[in-house]
Every structure is written in structure tokens, then in C-alpha cells.
Design a protein around this ligand. Structure first.
Ligand SMILES: [Zn+2]
Length: 299
């Protein structure tokens, strides 16, 4: 049984009316999975990360400012959420969820966090709805296990994993690979170990060929001992922020390919659900469910 990580706080954030972030999707996804046959015992509840620990990894001044609500307004605008106690509690718990899922994946082969993928968070600032880079923290956690000397962050969210790329830039033990829309946020890209920038309007066949190639290359060339998979669904044709043209079946094929590739390579994989910005929450959840189908969690 694949361990799943969820906390109700994932969807507990009051946002201004018409804010484009679909905060309800996490609870809706969890409920849809229970309806589809996932069992309660499969869900693990994470603890919030502690600011003092984060200050050992990221800029202490940034973490202090973030947690205390004293970042300047420009820095908060770059993040894209109004500051609140709730925002910080949610952020620390969501990142804790990815770290917990990473541990469970190492121990059991695969695990999924029902949020995560905060790949636009850097050491000194947050951006694009991301404040604490959970993917980088998960990689560090996996590297503490014996036999795990190199971790691959395989980022298929439609937006480039710029924060993760920069955080891991000088490390040989964290490899970053990003397949993303070239003409999309972030407009100033960072350099991942491997980057695949796709044109607007890219459809299933070309997309899946690119993913196949990227995964094959990453697994063979870098021979990672574990994988962190950002399964963002903002590649979907109905996404408000994506500009790609993937079908729901295309997303399912992608997720199957990545999870099967890790299984065949015999390495643990932790997945996070990543971005997805359709305003119709039910339709959005339906696309996110593909990851859990591909993992065999639900039929
Ligand atoms: Zn995204």
C-alpha cells in the first residue's frame, strides 16, 4: 500500500476573493481519493517544520522575516500571497509533508504528498506561490539514508524548477531535471542539470517523447539512488497558466512512465502533486488523480 501524506491545513488558507490559487484542491483531492477507494490508514499526517532547522539550509534572515511577517511588501508580492499566521503554518506543514513522504518513500519504495512542489522558492526569497523549497529539503533528507548518495529531482510542472536548480547548482549529489514551457514563468530561467523547454501548444506525443528522453537520460547518465517527482498538472490543456495542450490521458501516460521508470530502475520515488490552476476544482482534481491511478492507489 503506497503511503500518502496529507493534512487538512493544506486547504486551510483564507485568500482574497478571485485570488487565482486553487487552495481548495487539496482537501477535494483527498476526498475524491477516499471515494475512489483509498483507505484512511494509508494517510500519514505531517508535522510542521521548525524555523530553526530551515535556517540551517536557507537564509536565516529570509526565514526569520517570512515566519515573523516582516518581509518587505515587495518580497511578499513576489510570493503572491498576503501574509498571515495561517499561511506560515500551512507552508511549514506542507514542506514537512514532502519531507515525511521522502522518508516513507525510502523505507517503502514509493510515497506521495498531496501537496508540494514549491520549486520557485530560493535560499533568500520566495516567488510564484512558493516560500520554502520542499523538494530541496526532501533531497537532503533522502541523502541522510545509507546507500543514497545521489538524488534526482525530476520536475515536470509546466514552470521551470528555478529555485531548486539554483539551490542545488553546486552539488553533485542533487541532480535537477526540468521539462517545462519555455515561454512561461519564470521568465528568467535558472540552469538545471538538464532543461527541456517546450513551445506553447505542445501536445501529448511530443511531450511524452521529451519526458521519455529526459527520464532515460537522467537515470542512465546520473544513476540516482532515489527520485523526487514533481507531477504538476499545469501542463494540461485546460490549465489557466500552462500554455501546453496535454490531454488527461497524456498526463496519465506521463505519470505511469515516470513511476514505472523508477520502479524498473529499482529506486525509491517520492511524488508531489505540484501545480494545477484550473478554476473548476472538480475538473482540476480529476487531472491530479491521474498520479494516484498511475501509482496504483486508486483504480
Ligand atoms: Zn507550475
Amino acid at each position: 500500500m503506497v503511503p500518502l501524506v496529507f493534512h487538512p491545513i493544506y486547504s486551510q488558507l483564507s485568500l482574497p476573493v478571485r485570488h487565482r490559487f486553487p487552495i481548495q484542491k487539496y482537501q477535494a483531492l483527498r476526498d475524491a481519493m477516499i471515494s475512489a477507494g483509498a483507505v484512511q490508514q494509508q494517510f500519514h499526517q505531517p508535522q510542521p517544520l521548525v524555523a530553526e532547522q530551515l535556517k540551517k539550509v536557507f537564509s536565516p534572515a529570509y526565514i526569520d522575516g517570512l515566519v515573523s511577517g516582516t518581509l518587505d511588501p515587495k518580497a511578499m508580492r513576489r510570493i503572491g500571497f498576503p501574509w498571515s499566521e495561517q499561511l506560515i503554518a500551512r507552508t511549514l506543514t506542507a514542506a514537512g509533508g514532502t519531507v515525511l513522504a521522502a522518508q516513507l518513500a525510502v523505507e517503502q519504495g514509493m510515497a506521495i504528498n498531496l501537496t508540494g512542489g514549491y520549486h520557485h522558492a530560493f535560499a533568500h526569497f520566495g516567488s510564484g506561490f512558493c516560500m520554502v523549497n520542499d523538494l530541496y529539503l526532501a533531497a537532503l533528507k533522502m541523502l541522510t539514508y545509507p546507500g543514497i548518495d545521489r538524488v534526482l529531482v525530476f520536475d515536470l510542472d509546466v514552470h521551470q524548477g528555478d529555485g531548486t536548480a539554483q539551490l542545488a547548482q553546486h552539488r553533485q549529489d542533487i541532480v535537477t531535471v526540468s521539462v517545462h514551457g519555455e515561454k512561461n514563468f519564470p521568465h528568467r530561467k535558472q540552469r538545471s542539470d538538464l532543461d527541456f523547454g517546450l513551445a506553447k501548444g505542445t501536445q501529448d506525443e511530443e511531450y511524452l517523447d521529451t519526458v521519455e528522453h529526459a527520464l532515460d537520460l537522467a537515470l542512465r547518465y546520473y544513476a540516482p539512488d532515489a527520485v523526487i517527482y514533481d507531477a504538476g498538472v499545469d501542463v494540461h490543456c485546460n490549465d489557466d497558466l500552462g500554455h501546453l495542450e496535454l490531454t488527461t490521458a497524456g498526463v496519465f501516460a506521463r505519470d505511469c512512465r515516470v513511476l514505472d521508470g523508477c520502479k524498473q530502475a529499482g529506486i525509491p520515488v517520492v511524488a508531489v502533486i505540484g501545480g494545477g490552476y484550473q478554476r473548476d476544482i472538480a475538473a482540476l482534481v480529476d487531472v491530479h488523480l491521474q498520479l494516484f491511478r498511475a501509482a496504483g492507489v486508486i483504480p
